[in-house]
Design a protein around this ligand. Structure first.
Ligand code: C2E
Ligand code: CA
Ligand code: CA
Ligand code: CA
Length: 281
């Protein structure tokens, strides 16, 4: 560190400099990836329980790196959030997913009611006029707003609640639905749930994992499904991997399910084939 002498040098050590440089480079490389069209939106089916009929898809972003191949969101979303690039990237994802779903509504017989769920990061709530951005994506894609679900995490709801409630209200006025993602992993206070204008609870995979083998997990999952029912919310169980979990969740009255048992996230062409020929799946 520099000594703060008469001229009052700013304290700035080499490791801070290295971090800042690394972050600037990382942001630049992500910006370049966005400009080079390296990001791809995959879609994972969401099904009705118990029938297993496909009712919607969740948009999940990937990066097709020229040398490293297909990269999952865990490798770039945290960095995109830290550097702020999540704002333009998130807007691109929103527009891409809405445009794709609108095309399926138009072109695929029987897919008129398909929903598309899109993940929003906390940063998108804070940094931009999110409502304007969502309205813009709805307009350019021409999608029916009621088919769009915006997923936000439980922890986002706990920050800055008044501003969050007002943003959620304005989003809902556009006609979209709001889902709480990873429900059960954040704060355990339930009273706040009633304050938020939401439509859907997504039960985190952590609770679903042990549902068929661990009585405590089963009790917790049951409690969340019943909580959703009491608040007249739809419930989506995430990370269903086997038939026992499927049966148990159907019996509990959970509305929808998502997981490798039904389908993995896939590129749009693969999802379109599934929409056109559901019997082949
Ligand atoms: P998430 O929103 O909770 O998404 C569900 C994750 O669980 C996805 O991982 C999905 O592939 C995975 N999954 C679904 N079913 C199963 C299953 O049966 N078993 C297992 N083991 N995993 C399952 P993915 O695509 O790697 O995404 C990870 C996280 O990255 C997402 O968690 C979300 O927080 C974030 N993310 C993904 N796409 C976006 C995006 O477009 N925007 C933002 N802001 N975040 C995104
Ligand atoms: Ca999600
Ligand atoms: Ca989730
Ligand atoms: Ca998660």
């Amino acid at each position: 560190a520099k000594t703060a002498g008469r001229d009052r040098y700013v304290i700035f050590d080499e490791s801070m400099y290295a971090d800042a440089l690394q972050e600037a480079e990382a942001r630049l490389s992500l910006e370049q990836a966005l400009a080079d069209n390296e990001f791809v939106v995959f879609y994972q089916p969401i099904v009705d329980l118990p029938s297993g009929d496909l009712i919607g898809v969740e948009a999940l972003v990937r990066r097709l790196h020229p040398e490293l191949g297909l990269l999952g969101p865990d490798t770039f979303i945290p960095l995109a959030e830290k550097t702020g690039l999540i704002v333009p990237l998130g807007q691109w994802i929103l527009t891409t997913a809405c445009t794709q779903a609108a095309a399926w509504h138009r072109d695929v017989p029987g897919a008129e009611r398909l929903r598309v769920s899109i993940n929003l990061s906390a940063r998108q709530f804070q940094d931009t006029d999110l409502v304007q951005d969502v309205a813009e994506a709805l307009r350019t894609s021409g999608i029916e707003a009621s088919r769009v679900v915006l997923e936000i995490t439980e922890s986002l709801l706990m920050q800055d609640t008044d501003a969050t409630i007002s943003t959620l209200r304005r989003l809902r006025e556009l006609g979209v639905q709001i889902a709480i993602d990873d429900f059960g992993t954040g704060y355990s206070s339930l009273s706040y749930l009633r304050r938020f204008p939401i439509d859907i609870l997504k039960i985190d995979k952590a609770f679903i994992d042990g549902i068929a083998t661990d009585p405590d997990d089963a009790t917790l999952a049951e409690a969340v499904v019943h909580l959703g029912q009491a608040l007249r919310l739809q419930t989506v169980a995430e990370g269903i991997e086997n038939a026992d979990q499927h049966t148990l969740l159907s019996d509990l009255g959970c509305t929808y399910g998502q997981g490798f048992l039904f389908a993995r996230p896939a590129a749009s062409a693969e999802i379109e084939a599934l929409l056109r020929h559901p019997a082949d799946a």
